[in-house]
Design a protein around this ligand. Structure first.
Ligand code: GTP
Ligand code: MG
Length: 325
């Protein structure tokens, strides 16, 4: 492979991205999704131009109305002339790239607006993991000049928590009538939620759900400085989403004034550094040349108790700082 060619292409595309070129953004996102070899070059080129956008993560169970809320948020943000990037992540969808996923079609009414850039992402590909791909995509949209980035992800599993963990403000969207479901999603969710949305507030069970969430929040033994507000929305009827945006802005103010935004962003960068290091170390350990010969022999020896696993690791990933390069 001609590396200088990639460098030139990446440099050109990055320059275009920084000028807000949508086609360049699309190509770069596809490249980081498909081609792990170029990810480092691309991310290094854009990194100095990131850190300007404010990232809002929206998560919640399937069908809660996240996409409908996002669609409405885009409208509200555009009224304030803010530029909006959207990353819609669906680990259950095999489709990725520019594909429009199911109900996200609704969101696409904004697709022709030059101040809006929407990208859907399914489970296919993403050698470094879907959370990393989503995070890197958000960085690209940040470098492109988007003011606000909305990251939608389905569910409340570990990977979704990772995805929303990259957000400045995390909004958890809960549909009414979950009954014990609110209890069920308690684990993990209470820790990450900065704002709760009870969407489909036109549903008779909505008030019950608001009360359930309030009760769960009250059970927290150490109430935080920021008590997550609960916002009711009927996203299909344009109700409550202006209020949601006001609440998110209030949370942003809280984060900025308390110094928590800096701390959160620093922890995020730390997690990213550790993640990159893990991928590199893993590649080093699973180096195919090593795996076929020496590594196999060492595993045999360890299995026979001739050496111990620590000695094998010392050979594969030497402690001395520059020996592994
Ligand atoms: N009655 C009512 N229906 C709503 C409301 N918001 C969304 N819906 C409907 O609920 C369904 C799911 O909405 P989506 O926005 O696709 O939900 P989602 O959480 O993005 O779904 P996934 O991405 O598939 O997890 C759609 O048929 C919406 O029209 C609401 O406030 N009230
Ligand atoms: Mg959706």
């Amino acid at each position: 492979m001609d590396n200088s060619g990639i460098d030139g292409r990446v440099a050109t595309l990055t320059e275009r991205l920084l000028r807000g070129d949508r086609r360049a953004a699309g190509r770069l996102i596809s490249t980081i999704e498909d081609d792990s070899a170029s990810v480092e070059q691309i991310m290094r080129a854009v990194y100095p131009h990131t850190g300007q956008a404010y990232v809002v993560g929206l998560t919640g169970p399937p069908g809660a109305g996240k996409s409908t809320v996002v669609d409405e948020l885009i409208r509200v943000l555009r009224e304030s002339e803010l530029r909006v990037g959207v990353v819609a992540v669906d680990p259950n969808s095999p489709f990725t790239g520019g594909a429009i996923l199911g109900d996200r079609i609704r969101m696409m009414r904004h697709a022709a607006d030059p101040g809006v850039f929407i990208r859907s992402m399914g489970a296919r590909g993403h050698l470094g993991g879907l959370a990393v791909a989503a995070f890197n995509t958000a960085l690209l949209l940040d470098a492109m000049g988007m003011d606000i980035i909305l990251v939608e992800s389905v569910g409340v599993g570990q990977s979704e928590l990772e995805i929303t963990g990259a957000a400045d403000t995390t909004v958890v969207v809960i549909p009414p009538g979950m009954g014990d479901g609110v209890q069920a999603i308690k684990a993990g969710i209470m820790e990450i939620a900065d704002v709760f949305v009870v969407n489909k507030a036109d549903h008779p069970q909505a008030e019950r759900t608001v009360a359930d969430i309030r009760e769960l929040l009250r059970m927290d033994p150490s109430p935080p400085d920021w008590l997550p507000p609960i916002v009711r929305t009927v996203a299909t009827q344009n109700q409550g989403v202006d209020e949601l945006w006001r609440v998110v802005q209030r949370h942003r103010q809280y984060l900025e004034q308390s110094g928590e935004l800096r701390r959160r962003r620093k922890r995020r960068v730390e997690r990213e550094i550790v993640g990159i290091a893990e991928v590199r170390l893993r590649a080093q350990v699973l180096n195919p040349k090593l795996a076929t010969t020496e590594f196999e022999t060492m595993i045999d020896q360890a299995a026979e108790r001739k050496i111990d696993p620590y000695q094998v690791v010392e050979r594969v990933v030497p402690r001395s700082s520059d020996a592994g390069r």
